[in-house]
Design a protein around this ligand. Sequence first.
Ligand SMILES: Cc1cc2nc3c(=O)[nH]c(=O)nc-3n(C[C@H](O)[C@H](O)[C@H](O)COP(=O)(O)OP(=O)(O)OC[C@H]3O[C@@H](n4cnc5c(N)ncnc54)[C@H](O)[C@@H]3O)c2cc1C
Length: 475
Amino acid sequence: MFDVAVIGGGVIGGLILRELSSYDLKICLLEKEYDVAMGQSKANSGIVHAGFDAKPNSLKAKFNVLGNKMMPKITAELGVKYSNNGSLVVAFSSEEMQTLEELKLRGEQNGVEGLRIILKNELQELEPNISNDAVGALLAKTGGIVCPYELTIASIGNAMDNGAELFTAFDVCEIEKQGHFVITAKDGRKISAKLVINCAGYGSQKIANLIGDYSFTIGGRKGEYILLDRESGHLVNHTLFFTPTKKGKGILVSPTVDGNILLGPTADEVDFEDRSTTTNGLASVISKANEMCKSVPHHTAITSFTGVRAYSDKHDFIIEESSKEKGFFNCAGIESPGLTSAPAIAKYVVGNLIDKALTIKKKDNFNPIRKPDYFFSKLSMEEKNQIIKENPSYGKIVCRCEKITEGEIIRALTENPKATDIDGVKRRTRAGMGRCQGGFCQPYVAEIIAKVNCLELNDVTKNGKGSELLVGKTK
Ligand SMILES: Cc1cc2nc3c(=O)[nH]c(=O)nc-3n(C[C@H](O)[C@H](O)[C@H](O)COP(=O)(O)OP(=O)(O)OC[C@H]3O[C@@H](n4cnc5c(N)ncnc54)[C@H](O)[C@@H]3O)c2cc1C
């Protein structure tokens, strides 16, 4: 019997699990996919928002500003890349300059520090590639960027190192209350837990419905992106937003923590988790990026992808005990700024909701530190040589674009939460994330996966069952 079962291995479930793992509790995470970080937390903008967007007194405003403040410490503990690059909301007319004043005021009401409106000259100094049509901007020094799936994987890995259990391919399809909760997966596996936390993102309405909770609905809004190669990484320094209109924030142009440039996302309603990219969607990303910056090097695009926002009809985060069942908690409708808010949401859920439902006590031996080694290419020659001396597999480069070594891939396959397929290795190490998008290294990665996991090459998958790469031997 588990004390707490968390449903959904995104950044919300991941950071809640990590927070729970600092207490003397038996806990688990149930994820329907073959790996964690497969929903919204895999494909988003990766912006650590300053907190001027959300309506004052909303949960979004409260957790955004708190989460923004917590992000430097939590990413340092988890060995996750984070940069405090600052953000700029750019105005292209005097009416938009007026909107910036309103945004600044709203940000100050929300508790955002260091907001400043800047004029054209200063904007051009900060961003030499900004369009000549831009007239000013709202500068938010506390804005930042983070890698969302790295944060999710690291928080779940750290929780597992501190005793949490992970069940993947566990698609929750039934929840019964028999004093405690009995949670059943599609394949028949069962887990018992005293408390349940529903962090299932797009699936959170379905999970709530399983206990008869119909208090909210979840809709999908897809966002398409284009990622530019690192050679274009100099395009912008800050995260650049358009001034929001009634239709929303529009697309952004931003550096990523890995030195690429991200363009997007679009915003189109969908009635299922539609992760396709479209000609029209990508064309509108290109056209808006051209309005923001001079000579965007679109020819350096290395990939495109789509994320689906899971928004609720409540227009705010839903973070509460369900009125239908004691001991069942919903963390639903966590759309943007959910990534930024995640550390603060996790603290609140465990410290204000779970601690009222269970007697909980801090562990004496909780270790908040997770040491990364996927910054190997950034080490000095001396440091690299020392590591290679101890473990020669670090001397063999497998992914040439990102300079990822065999040692790093083996580590991704053996440390918590273990990668089991090629995309899992990619998200943990960046092997296959560079200019050739795995064209060169994928067969080598597949061989390493087969060797470490004692599999036939035919059984190695790209992303879970049904995505096998090879069908058999040729002569
Ligand atoms: C296009 C886009 C851009 C965004 N940009 C930003 C940004 O720049 N900054 C920011 O702060 N926020 C941003 N967000 C919001 C942020 O990504 C989300 O708030 C956050 O990732 C939500 O995390 P989650 O854990 O709630 O959901 P998810 O990451 O979606 O995780 C839910 C998990 O539950 C699992 N699941 C679903 N059903 C079941 C089931 N039946 N059984 C078991 N498991 C199940 C899913 O497989 C998934 O892994 C953006 C979102 C999108 C889509």
